[in-house]
Design a protein around this ligand. Structure first.
Ligand code: SF4
Ligand code: MSK
Length: 632
């Protein structure tokens, strides 16, 4: 167990001391057991794409084997490995989106899947040029739109419909560089084909195909995931919540929902609200049922219902170690396979629910759109019945939680901006004009999207919080999603009071608009909300988003989805700062392509910087240079 890694978060430290006492293994034990990680893998120069391999080429030119058995060199191997990460990440976000669209296709007036934001349904139907979008019967329209969305995954011709949300200047670059994404499944499949043994061996071509695939995530799968979740479950609005392990309640039946897809979470919330379930919980000696969230399911639930956030990625084991969780219910992505075994140390039941993420070790209750509410009821009942099995001697919930504000969708941000417009009787009502005005006036110097995971290569949450605190101090407004958002919640940065940590300009803006300086915009797929916001600003100014003083940052990323995200953010013209170095350094050519050359044809690039303070210095230089170029 490394104190160096843990000293930022006393909650974590206490949990891990308890884990040792209980004989429970955690990620930190397994990280230590890995000892030094493989240098070839770290440099991206290990290839096991065919059975002649695995082949390892030297990450240092001139030393050791320079080619694999087939002749692939470091450039090809690094580019193929990187591209496959993009394909996997894109498939994950997009397959999640497909499930949401299927749920919309199952929707009906009597529920449980039903249209909760009819205005958005009609708006997107009109955007996608469905005839009579404003008058058609709600569910006829919902089903028609769902079918159209499903075609975005496999249509034989054309590019993603949402690309038209970008200003023309950016669309022209995508067309010129051939990175406008076609059907999502086609992009993923084609990239897997290109990276098959004996296919693409040109690293720049692989990079470009990877970027197009990533673009099918951001402007396809993720954007569909976000917008269609809003239609089904409601567009998030600003609301209060609470975060960190202290939200687990010793007197309640605690159900932890972990993963990404709101379909499962929404049904569990519905099932747990039923009076029979609550009565059953009371009959078992509990005060009620407490649902808490983790990772992006946590974000989805908190921004639509105010459900409390138990923690982010690195805390998934700590929740179980409290000894007070009756059931961990998971859907897809970011779930440690270690959880069922860990749960056995306590009374906790671990329930996986998706064919796509079946995890052996405890229970499997398959969730489907056809039987969603019944599946959820079975899960909640199981958790309630497990309450009497709790071992009081093993319960220890860290007494730390933090109030937080969540739910700043684009629509909610615009509503807040409208309040300022009204008071000044200016034009720009219902738009992002007040935001662009304060950026152009220099009251705030720019904006940063801070996203992504935790990674033991970084001191957990430290990089997230350092980057955000330093940026707001320097008058840069932050919008956050994923586990970065939950780090911000725990650190108190998602509160109105956090304006005290800001520079003078951002302080004024927060006070007048009545917002925190760090805005919770949702889950990982909701980075599409950030994209949309940036593109609305660029559109208003009639410029390419690459010219705006805006950056993307993933200080502690770990997942393949983050690689897909970074690709579409750069592809969208936004410089992207990575605090964990991707496994590409074994190819100096590929590294240069990512960090320098791509700028010439896309207008944005990647920056690798492990030190969060140095990263912020670089970001400020970047933002100020953009301001100078704009003449603002
Ligand atoms: Fe080795 Fe080439 Fe096969 Fe990769 S594709 S494992 S480099 S022979
Ligand atoms: S949950 S992808 S650990 S942000 Fe979206 Fe957190 Fe990263 Fe998973």
């Amino acid at each position: 167990m490394s104190n160096e890694v843990l000293n930022y978060d006393k909650v974590a430290e206490a949990s891990l001391v308890k884990a040792q006492r209980d004989g429970a293994e955690t990620m930190w034990d397994r990280r230590a057991a890995q000892k030094t990680q493989c240098g070839f893998g770290e440099a991206g120069v290990c290839c096991r794409i065919c059975a002649m391999g695995p082949c390892r080429v030297s990450p240092v030119p001139g030393k050791g084997a320079e080619r694999g058995i087939c002749g692939a060199n470091a450039d090809t191997i690094v580019a193929r490995n990187f591209a496959r990460m993009v394909a996997a990440g894109t498939s994950a976000h997009s397959d999640h989106a497909r499930d949401i669209v299927h749920a919309l296709h199952h929707s009906k007036a009597e529920g449980p899947f039903k249209v909760r934001d009819e205005a958005k349904l009609r708006r997107i139907a009109a955007e996608w040029e469905i005839a009579d979008a404003d008058t058609k019967e709600t569910y006829a329209l919902a089903h028609e739109l769902a079918l159209m969305a499903l075609e975005e995954f496999g249509k034989p011709f054309g590019t993603q419909r949402f690309l038209k949300r970008a200003p023309q200047a950016r669309q022209d670059i995508w067309a010129r560089e051939d990175i406008a994404p076609r059907a999502i499944d086609q992009e993923v499949t084609t990239l897997m084909h290109s990276t098959h043994m004996g296919c693409a061996a040109d690293y720049e071509s692989l990079f470009r195909r990877g970027m197009r695939t990533g673009m099918s995530d951001g402007w396809g799968g993720s954007m569909i995931g976000t917008e269609f979740s809003d239609i089904l479950y409601g567009t998030p609005t600003a609301r209060a919540s609470s975060s960190n392990l202290g939200v687990i309640d010793a007197e309640m039946v605690n159900i932890l929902i972990h993963g990404h897809d709101p379909n499962l979470a929404e049904m569990v919330i519905l099932a747990a609200q039923s009076p029979e379930m609550v009565e059953m919980a009371k009959a078992k000696g509990a005060k009620g049922i407490n649902i808490v969230g983790m990772c992006c399911t946590g974000n989805e639930m908190t921004m639509r219902h105010g459900i409390k956030i138990a923690g982010n990625f690195y805390q998934q084991e700590m929740c179980i170690i409290t000894g007070a969780i009756e059931a961990v219910v998971v859907d897809v992505q970011c779930i440690f396979p270690a959880l069922p075994e860990l749960a056995k140390t306590y009374h906790t039941r671990f329930i996986s629910t998706s064919q796509k993420a079946k995890i052996a070790g405890d229970m499997y209750i398959e969730f489907s759109e056809a039987t969603g509410l019944d599946n959820a009821a079975e899960i909640v009942k199981l958790a309630v019945e497990n309450f009497p099995n709790r071992d009081a001697a093993k319960v220890e919930i860290p007494d730390i939680k933090q109030d937080t504000m969540v739910g700043y969708s684009v629509e909610t941000i615009i509503q807040h901006l409208d309040a300022v417009v009204n008071s000044q009787l200016e034009d720009g009502l219902g738009t992002v004009k007040p935001l662009t005005d304060v950026i152009y006036a220099g009251v705030i110097r720019g904006a940063a999207g801070v996203v992504g995971c935790n990674n033991p290569k970084q001191q957990h949450d430290y990089a997230h919080i350092t980057v955000m605190e330093e940026l707001i101090k320097r008058d840069v407004i932050c919008v956050v999603t994923g586990c970065a958002a939950q780090a911000a919640a725990k650190a108190g940065l998602l509160t109105l009071e956090a304006k005290e940590k800001c520079g003078r300009g951002l302080f004024e803006v927060c006070e007048r608009v009545n917002i925190p300086p760090v805005l919770h915009m949702g889950s990982c797929v909701d980075i599409s909300r950030i994209l949309h916001l940036v593109n609305l600003c660029a559109d208003l100014k009639e410029i390419d988003p690459a010219l705006l003083p805006v950056v993307g940052i993933a200080p502690e990323w770990m997942s393949e989805k983050a690689v897909a995200i970074a690709n579409y953010v750069v592809g969208s013209g936004i410089n992207t700062y990575l605090g964990v170095i991707p496994q590409v350094l074994g190819s100096p050519n590929f590294t240069k392509l990512m960090t320098e050359d791509v700028q010439e044809f896309i207008g944005a690039h990647f920056v690798f910087e492990k030190d969060p303070i140095v990263m912020v210095d670089k970001i400020m230089e970047d933002l100020e240079a953009k301001r100078v170029a704009l003449g603002i």
